[in-house]
Ligand binder design. Structure first.
Ligand code: AKG
Length: 325
């Protein structure tokens, strides 16, 4: 049992509810799901997507990685001699796939997604981002971070909806979360790192929880993991000998809040409001502003060729020097 559970602030992770571990739910969601999310900052909805829906998303992922759904910045050119798996294995993650894939656009408002979002956020919900992680065997994870560091809502309502397209396990690099770490409402300092287990995204440090407080969120394909934007979370590399740990993770927030993302949005200052959004539930109080097309679909750097940060450059230079000796 982790320290928070021992202190009585959390349910014991070994406890079960309706045959599911604490934090794991199935539709229809009740007040217990909302309460669990408020206290712990995450929850899992099992069987949110059917096997057919998951397969359709996997097929679409392969088509996206071949460039068949539209241009993707930084994507290697398609090689028809390679199998779908070989093509997908070249890419860690693609940002904003919903911009080119009608299926991924539709999945932003999947009924299982909307049911949980309206339970944990409120009746009016908008989406501003999607990411398709492929993470084949050997690919890195992402270091500890809080999503609100990157996507700042004004009411702390940012929520990730992480659709598992494969069974996610400790071995293949599932999410890890620190339950309750969203509650202080602090955005911890972010640092560049030289840890090759992780991609180039910065690492959050300075908090007092330890890795012993972290819980692996192992889920079956078709489950959705929901997590609050202040929750500390990370994923480790895919250490399985073969296969993928694919997921489609979309980010949502309450439609009532402005979104001062990327700083200089129209209006500037206190009125800055990113309007490249999709309303997935309820009403948009700012519909009069209209929406715009700002985000470009692109590949996220995996860090395998170096991240351009100081530490990795120094390390790469040392490696080159050793190779030249
Ligand atoms: O799925 C992963 O490996 C990382 C996802 C993540 O950290 C996020 O969506 O914020």
């Amino acid at each position: 049992m982790n320290a928070l559970a021992e202190a009585g602030t959390l349910p014991a992770w070994s406890s079960h509810r309706n045959g599911l571990p604490a934090g794991w739910f199935r539709s229809p969601l009740g007040e217990d799901a909302a309460r669990f999310f408020d206290e712990n900052g995450f929850l899992v909805v099992e069987d949110a997507l059917t096997a057919e829906e998951v397969q359709a998303l996997r097929d679409d992922a392969a088509a996206i990685c071949r460039g068949r759904r539209g241009p993707v910045g930084g994507l290697s050119e398609d090689d028809p001699s390679l199998s779908d798996d070989e093509v997908m294995a070249r890419t860690l993650c693609i940002h904003f796939p919903h911009k080119i894939s009608p299926l991924m656009r539709e999945s932003l408002a999947h009924p299982g997604m909307v049911e949980a979002l309206t339970t944990v956020i409120g009746p009016n919900v908008k989406c501003m981002q999607s990411m398709l992680f492929i993470k084949s065997s050997g690919k890195p994870g992402q270091a500890w971070h809080q999503d609100e560091f990157y996507i700042p809502t004004r009411d702390r309502s940012l929520t990730g909806g992480w659709i598992a397209l494969d069974d996610a396990t400790v071995e293949n690099g599932c999410l890890w979360v620190i339950p309750g770490s969203h509650r202080p409402g602090i955005l911890w300092e972010m640092f560049e790192h030289d840890d090759r287990r992780f991609d180039c995204s910065a690492e959050s440090r300075g908090w007092t929880w330890t890795n012993d407080d972290a819980v692996p969120v192992e889920v079956k394909a078709g489950s959705i993991v929901f997590f609050n934007g202040y929750l500390l979370h990370r994923s480790l590399p895919n250490m399985a000998s073969a296969g993928f740990r694919r997921c489609l993770v979309n980010h949502y927030m309450s439609a009532e809040s402005l979104l001062p993302w990327y700083g200089l949005m129209p209006g500037g200052g206190g009125q800055a409001d990113y309007r490249d959004i999709v309303l997935v539930a309820g009403v948009d109080p700012y519909a009069y502003k209209g929406t715009v097309d700002l985000a470009g679909v692109h590949v996220r750097p995996s860090g395998e060729g170096g991240c351009g940060n100081q530490h990795r450059n120094a390390e790469a230079a040392q490696e080159r020097a050793r190779a030249e000796d």
